[in-house]
Design a protein around this ligand. Structure first.
Ligand SMILES: Cc1cc2nc3c(=O)[nH]c(=O)nc-3n(C[C@H](O)[C@H](O)[C@H](O)COP(=O)(O)OP(=O)(O)OC[C@H]3O[C@@H](n4cnc5c(N)ncnc54)[C@H](O)[C@@H]3O)c2cc1C
Ligand code: FES
Length: 270
């Protein structure tokens, strides 16, 4: 029998932790999702618990880590759905999860070093990618930027990985003063990083950040992979609600099935 592309599961909440104000991480148990998720794929979680019917739409979140039968999500509490989700995540309870969804990062790229760039909670899918590359023994550099030092969480975890790590804040309250692209250019200039073309580059963060890095890569005749967080409804290619413009030709991609990860040469970052 052909394996399903994704599963609908009742995942048990194993643990929940508030990483900082309004940023929550949860570990959920589902063998299917933990086994099958590739870096960059996401899950769509039902957020109308307790037999309520609203909100109708699920909410999408990257899988940020897997361990045995467990998988992790990290999310910003920004509105109604994520506030409900935060309350639903009680250890021992179950949540309805659809996944793994979408196409993840292209990880079968040539043997260059890996440069991972994260803005804010964009660190979530980057963490799973880091796990994949470090398990494989690849050389990984992570640059993580936030507006100010309060944006960082679990920094010790990232420091403990066998990777090179740089942090930047817009206001200089931690690490380099400037954004992710500023620190990238500065570290290349100071010979702490190689030339941009010597890396496979993966970027997740706010659209302006991904656009700036994509433009820089393009100026250097290079590209990066970006993961878009286009608001979604169905998450499975049915509603057409997550269209993003193609770059090289007319037409649109659906972020949920063609992405969320795209080659920066192929897609107009909104
Ligand atoms: C593939 C994918 C993966 C994602 N992974 C993560 C993740 O790992 N961690 C995480 O914190 N968030 C992630 N998001 C974003 C997350 O899905 C939204 O923040 C969430 O759906 C908001 O739901 P809400 O009901 O709380 O907010 P709403 O009440 O719907 O909106 C509250 C505010 O958030 C804004 N907003 C809503 N959805 C998005 C979005 N997709 N992108 C940017 N702003 C939005 C709205 O414009 C509004 O200002 C991901 C989105 C996608 C498409
Ligand atoms: S969210 Fe429905 S088609 Fe993408």
């Amino acid at each position: 029998m052909k394996e399903p592309k994704y599963y609908e599961v009742k995942a048990e909440v194993v643990s929940v932790r508030e990483l900082k104000h309004n940023v929550v991480t949860a570990i959920l148990r589902s063998k299917e999702i933990a086994d099958k998720t590739k870096p960059g794929q996401f899950v769509n979680i039902q957020v109308n618990n307790k037999n309520e019917t609203v909100p109708v739409l699920r909410r999408p979140f990257a899988v940020s880590y897997t361990d045995g039968d467990n998988f992790e999500i990290i999310f910003d509490v920004v509105g109604r759905g994520t506030n409900i989700l935060k309350d639903m995540l009680v250890v021992g309870e179950q949540v309805n999860v659809l996944g793994p969804l979408g196409n993840g990062f292209d990880i079968n790229v040539n043997g260059k070093e890996k440069l991972l760039l994260a803005g804010g909670v964009g660190i979530a899918p980057i963490k799973k990618l880091m796990q994949y590359f470090t398990d494989k023994g690849d050389q990984v550099t992570l640059i993580w930027g936030n507006r100010d030092k309060s944006g960082f969480f679990d920094i010790d975890f990232f420091m403990d990985q066998n990777i090179k790590i740089f942090v930047a804040t817009d206001d200089g309250s931690l690490g380099f003063e400037g954004n992710v692209l500023d620190i990238l250019k500065s570290e290349i200039k100071n010979n702490n990083l190689k030339k941009i073309n010597d890396y496979n580059i993966y970027v997740v963060g706010p659209n302006p950040m991904m656009k700036a890095v994509a433009d820089y890569c393009s100026e250097m005749d290079h590209y990066c992979q970006v993961s878009l967080e286009t608001p979604m409804a169905c998450g499975i290619g049915v509603c057409q609600g997550c269209a993003v413009k193609k770059k090289k030709e007319d037409g649109y991609y659906l972020t949920c099935v063609d992405g969320p990860v795209f080659n920066s040469c192929d897609v107009e970052i909104p």
